[in-house]
Design a binder for this molecule. Structure first.
Ligand SMILES: Nc1ncnc2c1ncn2[C@@H]1O[C@H](COP(=O)(O)OP(=O)(O)OP(=O)(O)O)[C@@H](O)[C@H]1O
Ligand SMILES: [Mg+2]
Length: 229
């Protein structure tokens, strides 16, 4: 897929995902309702979006969940790009990646520089990934990151974190350890059962709670939606 095609797809998904009457929007609202219910039951506030490998919709899921929580639930949401090896959230907002989380954690910028407010969703703030660093695993395991999350907890109702794939690198586990729950993102026909089992084993092994999964690539119903106008 070319960069232009990728850009068009991300834009189309973002627009359709945020369109209240689209099927894509409907699917995310259902996922959101289930996840919010799970968050409330489990008392979760900090949520990581994770998956076994690359390309399973983590960034898309994190982005849409954060947006819809802020936009439709009228809550204060912070979306953080914790995939420091392959930061992508800024692309959805057509922004530069810097200054971002890496810059903040290596003390190159302030919290005010890091947090970007969104005009179309007043409750949503976003922290982009920041500049490439040679040691993302160490950066995410640093006390400064956990202190940052603690501070943000008093400011936001939900903190949604995009993370790198669990089976590929260990960076995400430092983030997951600090979260109240994990949402898995998988793609029908692409995510393998064995890989998913391994991910669940790893995540459960560090004592984290799996809240549920968003499954991408499920064929649309032929008549679409629920038939409501
Ligand atoms: N529901 C969906 N339907 C169709 N395409 C999708 C869907 N969700 C995501 N995609 C596309 O799949 C690709 C991978 O999605 P995304 O970047 O969100 O995955 P990821 O798990 O974050 O990948 P990585 O681990 O490489 O960061 C992207 O091109 C995205 O536009
Ligand atoms: Mg991603």
């Amino acid at each position: 897929m070319t960069a232009a095609q990728e850009e068009a797809l991300v834009k189309e998904q973002a627009e359709s995902g945020f369109s209240p009457n689209s099927e894509y929007g409907e699917a995310y609202r259902t996922a959101r309702a289930n996840i919010v219910f799970s968050l409330m039951i489990n008392g979760c506030k900090k949520v990581a979006v994770s998956s076994p490998k690359s390309g399973e919709g983590k960034t898309t899921t994190a982005m849409n969940l954060a947006y819809m929580l802020a936009y439709q639930m009228d809550t204060r949401v912070l979306l953080i790009d914790c995939d420091l090896r392959k930061p992508q959230i800024h692309e959805y907002f057509h922004c530069e990646c810097t200054p971002g989380l890496t810059n903040y954690l290596i003390k190159e910028c302030s919290i005010d520089d890091l947090l970007r407010q969104q005009n179309d969703a007043p409750g949503l703030s976003v922290a982009f990934g920041g500049r490439m660093a040679p040691n993302p695993a160490e950066i995410l395991a640093s006390p400064l990151f956990s202190t940052f999350l603690e501070e943000m907890e008093s400011e936001y109702d939900y903190i949604i974190m995009d993370t790198p794939p669990v089976n590929a690198v260990t960076d995400g586990l430092s983030v997951i350890k600090l979260c109240d729950g994990v949402v898995l993102s998988v793609v029908q026909g692409f995510s393998l059962h064995s890989e998913l089992s391994r991910t669940i084993h790893i995540i459960s092994g560090i004592g984290a709670k799996i809240l549920g999964a968003v499954i991408h690539g499920v064929e649309k119903k032929r008549n679409g939606g629920y038939g409501y106008p």
